[in-house]
Design a protein around this ligand. Structure first.
Ligand SMILES: NC(=O)c1ccc[n+]([C@@H]2O[C@H](COP(=O)([O-])OP(=O)(O)OC[C@H]3O[C@@H](n4cnc5c(N)ncnc54)[C@H](O)[C@@H]3O)[C@@H](O)[C@H]2O)c1
Length: 353
């Protein structure tokens, strides 16, 4: 579907429009529909051009470019990760991205992706948990109650029916914020004072902490048989959340192995340690959860196809919602070869005016 007939005008979804889109459609519906787009694209994994993201590391963080194409559409996301930012009143993660038509090379959508990344990360986590979490799981521990946390909670409620949340953050103010934001949304919320307490009785443990180091958020003794770990915070070289022993006891599922070996929890393991890619599970070529006592681990780092799907989803909402601005992004001379003449004519027009 091409929502905008004039190819030279590029629709732009601002932060304001993205918020209105979420409110208009409803966040649970957005997350459910987004999860369906992501699942559909992951299932056609082999039709995508894939590459690990291109990362520029610095002392304080990372800036990354994430491209993907299915031969018909091309997408990329610009995203950063700077854990110290929140101390200065800024986001840890911000992003924007673009969708383009492979046939012409013309951009067809430019969008904010800070909110969209939180939505797509949560939708991915939840759709993956459909394949890996124990049947009937209704209680989740959320360790790290920052920007991603509410999105994760709502996605797990929408897709799996998880209603009991056990919340922990090293900064109690973050847990209070999370409790406030989720109040009245149908959750049974329990604030916890330690991680040991938070994981009690949880069938799913989500770790979403931000720290630029090899942290040990979960130690081996905290992880009982049969749980599903949704580890989203370890997503950079030298930035992990789980003790290595947990990895050795788990069946590990990843998005795109070449990227996760560099960035995920498995950077702690030998390069030949066995992992299963999600597309194999989603297409029935590999098993997800096999037994009630198995520990499954989604070693999430975030992959470009999830952003491709998210941009595709937003594009498909434009005609219905009209929540975008028209950007004069592409030069459009009457004669395509007369780019210079277009400037001359514009200066002549300016002189007249
Ligand atoms: N896998 C993905 O696709 C993906 C996508 C987006 C973000 N992320 C990552 O998820 C993490 C969370 O992102 P965010 O935007 O919510 O960050 P944020 O800075 O808003 O929140 C992180 C929270 O973790 C808490 N924290 C830090 N150390 C902790 C510890 N030892 N124990 C408990 N809590 C601790 C902080 O107090 C903070 O509240 C980041 O590391 C980010 O890079 C991953």
């Amino acid at each position: 579907m091409t929502p905008i007939p004039n190819l030279n005008i590029v629709p732009f979804v601002s932060v304001d429009h993205m918020m209105k889109l979420v409110v208009k459609i409803g966040i649970e519906t957005v997350l459910t529909d987004l999860a369906a787009y992501i699942e559909e694209d992951i299932k056609r994994w082999e039709s995508f051009d894939k590459t690990p993201r291109i990362a520029a590391h610095s002392v304080d963080g990372v800036i990354e470019l994430m491209p993907a194409s299915d031969g018909s559409l091309y997408a990329f996301k610009y995203v950063n990760g700077h854990p110290k930012n929140t101390r200065e009143g800024r986001q840890t993660v911000t992003a924007f991205g673009l969708l383009a038509d492979v046939g012409t090379g013309y951009p067809t959508l430019l969008s904010e992706m800070t909110i969209l990344t939180a939505l797509r990360t949560a939708a991915t986590s939840a759709v993956v948990a459909k394949y890996l979490a124990p049947k009937g799981a209704d209680c989740m521990a959320v360790i790290g109650n920052g920007a991603q946390s509410e999105f994760q909670a709502i996605a797990f409620k929408a897709l799996l029916g998880v209603k009991k949340l056990r919340l922990y953050d090293v900064d109690h103010a973050a847990t209070e914020k999370c409790m406030r934001n989720l109040a009245g949304l149908g959750f049974d919320l329990v604030p916890c004072t330690t991680i040991e307490d938070a994981v009690q009785g949880a069938a799913i443990v989500t770790t979403a902490t931000a720290d630029k180091q090899n942290a040990t958020i979960l130690t081996d003794n905290m992880v009982g048989a049969g749980i599903h770990i949704n580890a989203i915070g370890g997503d950079c070289p030298g930035k992990t959340e789980l003790h290595r022993d947990i990895l050795l006891r788990s069946d590990i599922f990843v998005e795109y192995t070449p990227q996760t070996r560099i960035e995920g929890e498995i950077q702690q393991l030998p390069k030949n340690h066995r992992v299963t890619e999600l597309w194999q599970v989603m297409t029935g070529q590999a098993e997800g959860r096999k037994s009630a006592r198995q520990i499954t681990l989604f070693d999430s780092v975030g992959f470009a196809i999830e952003d491709f799907s998210a941009l595709r989803y937003v594009r498909d909402q434009l005609q219905r919602t009209r929540l975008y601005q028209e950007l004069d992004l592409l030069a459009d001379p009457d004669d395509p070869r007369d780019l210079f003449g277009m400037i001359q004519r514009s200066t002549a027009n300016l002189a007249v005016a």
